[in-house]
Design a protein around this ligand. Sequence first.
Ligand SMILES: Nc1ncnc2c1ncn2[C@@H]1O[C@H](COP(=O)(O)OP(=O)(O)OP(=O)(O)O)[C@@H](O)[C@H]1O
Ligand SMILES: Nc1ncnc2c1ncn2[C@@H]1O[C@H](COP(=O)(O)OP(=O)(O)OP(=O)(O)O)[C@@H](O)[C@H]1O
Ligand SMILES: [Mg+2]
Ligand SMILES: [Mg+2]
Lengths: 316, 316
Amino acid sequence: MAKIIAVTNQKGGVGKTTTAINLAAALAIAGRTVLLVDCDPQGNATSGLGQKGEHRDAGTLYEALTQTDTDDHRAADDTDNADSQPNADSQPNAHSQPNAHSQPNADSQFSAELKPNADSRPDEQVEPRANHYILPTSVERLSLIPANRELAGAEIELISLPDRERRLQRLLEPLRNQFEFIIIDSPPSLGLLTLNALVAADRVLIPLHCEYFALEGLADLVGTMRRVRASLNPTLDIEGVLLTMNDERTNLGQQVARDVREFFKEKVYQTVIPRNVRLAEAPSHGLPAVTYDAKSRGAEAYFSFAAELLANHDRP
Amino acid sequence: MAKIIAVTNQKGGVGKTTTAINLAAALAIAGRTVLLVDCDPQGNATSGLGQKGEHRDAGTLYEALTQTDTDDHRAADDTDNADSQPNADSQPNAHSQPNAHSQPNADSQFSAELKPNADSRPDEQVEPRANHYILPTSVERLSLIPANRELAGAEIELISLPDRERRLQRLLEPLRNQFEFIIIDSPPSLGLLTLNALVAADRVLIPLHCEYFALEGLADLVGTMRRVRASLNPTLDIEGVLLTMNDERTNLGQQVARDVREFFKEKVYQTVIPRNVRLAEAPSHGLPAVTYDAKSRGAEAYFSFAAELLANHDRP
Ligand SMILES: Nc1ncnc2c1ncn2[C@@H]1O[C@H](COP(=O)(O)OP(=O)(O)OP(=O)(O)O)[C@@H](O)[C@H]1O
Ligand SMILES: Nc1ncnc2c1ncn2[C@@H]1O[C@H](COP(=O)(O)OP(=O)(O)OP(=O)(O)O)[C@@H](O)[C@H]1O
Ligand SMILES: [Mg+2]
Ligand SMILES: [Mg+2]
């Protein structure tokens, strides 16, 4: 059963995408199967993994969230057609193609005896529709649902759709038995996309820049989480608070860190991510820092953070 | 005639608010009358000027954008009542009260002969309704229209209102003869609030962090500006690109800066804002860095940036 973690903080530039990419990659390197969902119209998680502009025939997260189920049958038919699979050369690492490992054998999708009710679409119940949107990445066991600018349109279109806050939850639920972790990168706002991430998630990971504006925004974030828990997702809880881009030389950094540990207590990870230029350079090479420069201080901090998160996760 | 400048970049954490606050304050210190409009539900420009939680009876930018004109008459009646003016003790610098300098003399507002049509509200045409939302700040000649969390609701409510992209433009146009500069701080997204800022503005100031994700977002921002120019605001143009939090020691910073100067040419300011902790500390004291620590490298960089902007502005 996958754990779904939303990486969320409406304050801009606190390291949400950097954390989502490097945590997902570090967990995959540690042997877990991971899906990263880019839920930000900026598409930084997509380009940070070298997949800018890439997507399956069914489309990006925009189509996945805005199409109704009937639309999806049309999409499902297209992508089952072999030559519309993502072109093998454009995939950095073809053998990590999720279809090869996590997809049930193609024949079994269409065998009628599995389905008592013959006229219902056989592929409807075996193959979660989200699979039509999943791309492989250059990291083994790490898959991605990409996003691009069009996702900004979803904020407006979702408003008039039924169950507008549950669209992402409905998309990801059926994937729980295919991945051990599903990580969602949120945009810098508390709009409908972030709301969808908070409803779909079991836990929220809060990257925090130790500065005044970032600290100020926490009250709004915690308030929003409380409202989501009350009405849409009763089991939502904080996975943890990760201090990022920490500049321990400054008083401000130390003072804010002290305030945060006082408020969130043991939820604040021991691992603190230092400011390290390799973390900022890695995205321009389309790679997570943990593979771009595994020995850098930034990458090592994300490895130790992933180990800390796994220790909490695996503890009975 | 005021120049209206939107400080915009959908990439989070690039220094929009820090630039909006310190430019507005530096221009005010240089003798210009300035209004800062906080158009971000995070309300960082409001708290960065020590006005967190403060607003006039009429409310914050949320009410200013979502109320229709008839609602405003009710608001206008309330705020003309003396004891609902902001409490003098809570104003750090009472004599910068915008009412004292920029308001027409109170008697002339109600003199009937100015208005040929007696039954129309006299205050409707002389006193711009935006005045009911304006707060003074601790910096002389600098006024503020505050924002808070409620502004996030406007993104959804504005969708169903007529002329949803022009609400901010309609609010600010009548203020042009009261201020020399109107500076708008935008949120980290390309939603309706940023759209309103781009429609209301004459010019766009783009703070840019010299890193990969920030560079990537520029194409989306320029694309959005082109669409706004084509359909809603034909004279919109770039005021300039300001390189912020620059770490000239890293290759990444130098490489991105070179790319940006190649693309935007003379639009990139000579002044580059260095990373300087005093800029991050100032908001926790409710002051712009240019008054909190005028001799710091960060403050001096914003003074020289303001001088460069004024030189371009005043050039015939
Ligand atoms: N620990 C770090 N050291 C140095 N640079 C970092 C670090 N973490 C992130 N960065 C860089 O800082 C910038 C902001 O980080 P990032 O884009 O991950 O934040 P974000 O919260 O996802 O931003 P947004 O709010 O726009 O989604 C990026 O250019 C990133 O490369
Ligand atoms: N030149 C600088 N040196 C050091 N710190 C800075 C500098 N400019 C901004 N900061 C700090 O970096 C953080 C991000 O800056 P700021 O909040 O102004 O960016 P923003 O673009 O307005 O963010 P958002 O996208 O959330 O609105 C803040 O904590 C701010 O205090
Ligand atoms: Mg991001
Ligand atoms: Mg801001």
